[in-house]
Design a protein around this ligand. Structure first.
Ligand SMILES: Nc1ccn([C@@H]2O[C@H](COP(=O)(O)O)[C@@H](O)[C@H]2O)c(=O)n1
Ligand SMILES: C[C@@]1(CO)OP(=O)(O)OP(=O)(O)OC[C@H]1O
Length: 158
């Protein structure tokens, strides 16, 4: 068994929607990023790469490479899934936390889990996604951006 953890932050900027877990959520702001800014998927990729001792998302998909400009982060996740499968790992479970004062994530959680389970070739019951505000404290609470934390457990296929 191998444990991994990931953490990512993206700041709010201009826009009228954000993409989280592959779900487009209409909002008064967008997220500033080289990719689509899917902070949840980025933290998930880092957790998976960490558990497999494969480095981090920036090493695999540099934000200096124009190939990744505006990319759908689900493509990055599928690539990471292939990397860990190549190493003989399968996902046991992932537990994910979105930290955002707004928007409200709960109406979108099931759709996020369905997207991620399709990309990771696993069941939705292996993926938990939850959200919390910070009661208006800190950068998330001031509405400056969104953070995501992810913990994963991988098993090695014999
Ligand atoms: N961006 C968010 C934040 C929270 N939720 C849901 O609301 C519940 C209460 O949040 P507190 O921070 O006040 O504890 C939380 O458990 C989530 O279910 C959300 O959907 N989106
Ligand atoms: C996803 C990548 C690549 O487009 O860029 P961003 O969207 O800026 O995201 P970040 O979490 O800062 O880092 C990983 C990247 O290199």
């Amino acid at each position: 068994m191998r444990i991994g953890q990931g953490y990512d932050v993206h700041a709010f900027g201009e826009g009228d929607a954000i993409v989280i877990g592959g779900v487009t959520i209409p909002f008064s702001r967008g997220l500033v990023a080289h990719s689509d800014g899917d902070v949840l998927i980025h933290a998930l990729c880092d957790a998976l790469l960490g558990a497999a001792a494969l480095g981090d998302i920036g090493q695999h998909f540099p934000d200096t490479d124009s190939a990744y400009r505006g990319i759908d982060s689900r493509e990055l996740l599928r690539h990471v899934q292939a990397l860990i499968a190549d190493q003989g790992f399968t996902l046991v479970n992932a537990d994910m936390t979105l930290i955002a004062q707004a928007p409200k994530m709960s109406p979108h959680i099931l759709a996020m889990r369905e997207n991620l389970s399709a990309d990771l070739n696993c069941g939705t019951e292996q993926l938990n996604i939850k959200a919390t505000t910070t009661e208006k404290l800190g950068f998330e609470g001031r509405g400056e951006g969104i953070a995501a934390q992810v913990v994963v457990l991988l098993d090695k296929v014999a």
